[in-house]
Design a protein around this ligand. Structure first.
Ligand code: NAP
Length: 458
């Protein structure tokens, strides 16, 4: 796949880049290894000062980078600016907390292990490759890079091939902030060149955010090489609505949860499972609100939904919808891509979805929502857990006993009750089942790529 910026709102090619060749990759890896040898010995205070400088630069240039993000992948320019602000926040969060998160953890009574002192110490492991998706072109990288750099690792970024300008921006940002050359490098390479990087002995591990095939491939190679991986893969998150829910609010949040980022979020609510007693009312409210969204040029203020990021992405959505309709689903709104340039797809609601349809099991990456009717809580849970994914989940109920059941029985890396799933620097983020393993963010996220070394002193 060529490394190209293509504006999804127009189809115009903005820029084309040559992929690095083997020699260029080799010199980048040599630089990463050399930088790690000294960077790992820098202090938390020193790293934090650089990380805060990166956050300040990001904040100061937010308007410009937001336009680049929108041009490359089609999110609305307001949401791009908000994403940049969130990245700056996460950088400051790790600048402030990394030292405490990675402080030695002593045993209260070392005599039980026959020691005078015994503790766990967190140490960086080396250059880590991040294989990243285009959908949150700054945020996905930042939540890898901020903890990695604060821990004393160095980062190598293989970004999605359709967001090279964002990828280069990030390398430049960390350089301008004062990080040493080699602390964070962007490798403009295609997916086919990832294996050679992973197999290189100078690379210590890999973080993947992306689709299942990408995760499988990287994990298989890293398994072969016995290298650590963290996988953040796809999701088909349920959004369950019970009779006690505030329906107006639930329907409003459901629309945002489905359509933010033009519907292309791993943690977007994708399957709306509604109790029989409130199904008709929720379906009416939800469909009205979905149909009322403004679709258009993502650079324009007031637009809610821009184009799908790639031509193939829209084809995938159309195929899932066609399959469902052919097998008896009904389309409550949307469903037909407009003529003209750009890969637009209207907010679409589908009902009467059955297990025979691909939509039942597969991830929909765009503004396409599936409605399910559930006669009771047990059935709602059964439908919610029926996919092979397990990223996040949402449940709307004011009944404390029901809240406990959802918290306990939804099979997912997170459960959000009476709200939509959002990632926060403060909270661990990650999935179970085919959504991946390992965690990003929070205290646990920074420890993933550390050697948790046991120190025993007699
Ligand atoms: P993708 O096609 O898997 O691409 C993600 C990254 O993996 C890109 O850099 C891509 O490079 C690379 N890649 C693809 N196949 C590879 C392979 N066989 N070996 C090595 N690298 C490979 O996914 P996407 O379309 O960019 O992103 C959408 C997916 O990401 C969705 O499934 C979404 O749910 C998931 N996602 C998950 C999270 C999470 O935190 N769990 C967050 C965001 C997105 P090229 O671009 O060069 O192909």
């Amino acid at each position: 796949m060529a490394i190209q910026s293509i504006n999804p709102a127009t189809g115009a090619v903005l820029k084309t880049f040559d992929a690095l060749d083997a020699d260029e990759i080799d010199s980048r890896l040599a630089l990463a290894a050399a930088t790690f040898a000294s960077y790992r010995r820098t202090t938390f205070a020193g790293r934090a000062a650089l990380m805060r400088a990166a956050a300040d630069l990001l904040d100061a240039g937010r308007g410009d980078i937001a336009v680049t993000m929108t041009a490359e992948m089609g999110k609305t320019v307001a949401s791009a600016a908000a994403e940049a602000a969130k990245c700056a926040k996460a950088m400051r969060f790790y600048a402030e907390h990394a030292e405490a998160f990675l402080a030695d953890e002593p045993l209260d009574d070392p005599s039980v292990v026959g020691a005078s002192r015994a503790y766990a110490r967190y140490q960086p492991i080396g250059p880590v490759l991040a294989v990243m998706p285009w959908n949150f072109p700054l945020w996905q990288v930042t939540r890898f890079a901020a903890p990695a750099l604060m821990a004393g690792n160095v980062g190598l970024l293989k970004h999605a091939s359709n967001v090279p300008q964002c990828a280069l921006y990030l390398e430049d940002l960390f350089l301008r902030a004062g990080f040493p050359r080699g602390a964070f490098q962007t490798l403009l390479i295609g997916a086919g060149q990832v294996e050679s990087v992973l197999r290189d002995p100078r690379v210590a591990g890999a973080a993947v955010t992306g689709s299942e095939p990408a995760g499988q491939s990287v994990a298989a190679i890293c398994g072969d090489e016995i290298k650590k991986t963290v996988l953040e893969l796809g999701g088909s998150d349920p959004f369950v609505v019970m009779p006690s829910a505030d329906l107006e609010r639930a329907a409003t949040v459901a629309v945002t949860a489905r359509c933010q980022n033009n519907g292309q979020s791993c943690i977007a609510a994708k399957r709306f499972i509604v109790h029989d007693a409130v199904y008709d009312e929720f379906a009416r409210l939800f469909t009205e609100k979905m149909a009322a969204l403004t679709v258009g040029d993502p650079m324009t203020d007031g637009v809610d939904v821009g184009p799908v990021a790639t031509e193939q992405g829209r084809v995938d959505l159309e195929e899932l919808l066609d399959d469902a309709v052919a097998k008896g689903a009904s389309v409550l709104c949307g469903g037909k891509a407009p003529a003209g340039p750009g890969w637009f797809f209207p907010p679409t609601v589908v009902a009467e979805v059955t297990p025979a349809m691909r939509l039942y099991l597969e991830e929909t990456f765009g503004p396409l929502a599936a409605l399910y009717r559930a006669p009771d809580l047990d059935t709602a849970l059964e439908i919610a857990n029926a996919t092979s994914f397990g990223l996040s989940s949402n449940a709307w109920t004011t009944d404390p006993a029901e809240q406990e059941r959802f918290a306990n029985e939804l099979v997912a890396g997170a459960v959000f009750i009476n709200g939509m799933t959002t990632s926060y620097p403060e909270l661990p983020f990650g999935g179970v089942r085919r959504s991946g393993y390992g965690r990003e963010l929070g205290a646990v996220g920074i420890r993933e790529f550390c050697n948790q070394k046991t120190v025993w002193v007699g």
